[in-house]
Design a protein around this ligand. Structure first.
Ligand code: NAD
Ligand code: LMR
Length: 342
């Protein structure tokens, strides 16, 4: 199942040492926004995980049908549906990982920041509920603009006195999934082997694939670097345009989010070899939040893989400098929204 999700390969040294055996069906996962375009296939993929005992689905509409449908799959987890703020407590109590894909998606011509006015309030409300009912959970934020919604979530958790920066994650796994796919296609590599770290944030030029750090090592021409970088940065828009008004990436996003959930559950389960890119509170740069590869453990972020930022190519170093003002503005916008509301 892990191979099917193309989880990142372990370093060769770690691979031979890793004899970790997962326990069965122990964890409780909640999806908030579970009846949506991402929520439904994500719930299905989480339902397939052998590590999950309970799957709680929350939405403001249509969630009963989704949960009833899913509950007929003969995999271990129990599926329950919840709707409306009066059910937050039952939905969230005892949850280990809460995933938030609630919110509106883009249409052609929009930026992710154009979603701020609606999604900021949705994320704020849901994270307040998480703070009240499962403050110890890993929190995965999918709702856009991630560069602002994660800082909003952090402020809300601070206001509630329960902020643990090691357990708040902006889900940027889709950028890595895309980078891995596009590089493997371009260089004719076996997909399962390719792992490209993607750093920065999750919008336009703030998405920075570190192609020079691709594993296994790959040589790219300058033209290939330019072309692949732009394609990875615009891949969300590629889907938005192809869907022509019917929304943004849902299936590939569900796949990516399921991979991040599975990685989180493996880390919670005691696997000592779990690495993912995520947009988290960080001291790797002068920005308060930054996406990079992190090591996940039982308590959340255990270490930052700072070596990915060593020895950048000139192209990558310039792109890193160029993304910082936009990313900082998006972070500041989220923080000041939450502080004004709070
Ligand atoms: P969608 O409209 O299909 O689904 C959103 C769901 O959220 C709906 O079922 C809706 O009822 C629900 N919802 C709205 N307000 C809610 C609330 N207050 N509480 C609970 N549920 C609520 O949208 P989608 O395609 O699933 O996308 C969802 C979000 O994910 C968008 O903001 C989109 O931009 C974002 N997204 C992020 C990434 C990423 O890489 N992080 C990738 C794709 C999409
Ligand atoms: C993506 O990268 O696909 C998402 O952020 C959705 C979007 O609006 O592009």
């Amino acid at each position: 199942a892990l191979q099917a999700l193309c989880l990142p390969k372990l370093e060769p040294k770690q691979m031979s040492a890793n004899s970790f055996q997962p326990r069965a069906s122990t964890f409780k996962v909640a999806v908030l926004g579970a009846a949506g375009g991402i929520g439904q296939p994500l719930a299905l993929l989480i339902k397939m995980s052998p590590l999950v005992s309970s799957l709680h689905l929350y939405d403001i509409a249509n969630v009963k049908g989704v949960a009833t449908d899913l509950s007929h799959c003969n995999t271990p987890s129990q599926v329950l549906d919840f709707t409306g703020p009066s059910e937050f407590s039952n939905c969230l109590k005892g949850i280990d990982v809460v995933v938030i894909p609630a919110g509106v998606p883009r249409k052609p011509g929009m930026t992710r920041d154009d979603l701020f006015n609606i999604n900021a309030n949705i994320v704020k409300t849901l994270v307040e509920a998480v703070a009240d009912h499962c403050p110890e959970a890993f929190i995965h934020i999918i709702s856009n603009p991630v560069n602002s919604t994660v800082p909003i979530a952090a402020e809300v958790l601070k206001q509630k006195g329960v902020y643990n920066p090691k357990k708040l994650f902006g889900v940027t796994t889709l950028d890595v999934v895309r980078a891995n796919t596009f590089v493997a296609q371009k260089k004719n590599l076996k997909l399962i082997d390719v792992d490209v770290p993607v750093i920065g944030g999750h919008a336009g030029i703030t998405i920075l694939p570190l192609l020079s750090k691709t594993r296994p090592s790959v040589v790219f021409t300058d033209e290939e670097v330019q072309e692949l970088t732009v394609r990875i940065q615009n891949a969300g828009t590629e889907v938005v345009d192809a869907k022509a008004g019917a929304g943004s990436a849902t299936l590939s996003m569900a796949y990516a989010a399921a991979r991040f959930v599975e990685s989180s559950l493996r880390a919670l389960d005691g696997d000592d070899d779990v690495y993912e890119c995520s947009f988290v509170q960080s001291e790797l740069t002068d920005l308060p939040f930054f996406s990079s590869r992190v090591k996940l453990g039982k308590k959340g972020v255990e270490a930052f893989i700072s070596s990915d930022l060593d020895g950048l190519t000139e192209f990558e170093a310039k792109a890193l400098d160029a993304l910082k003002p936009e990313l900082k503005a998006s972070i500041d916008k989220g923080v000041s929204f939450a502080q004004k509301q709070g």
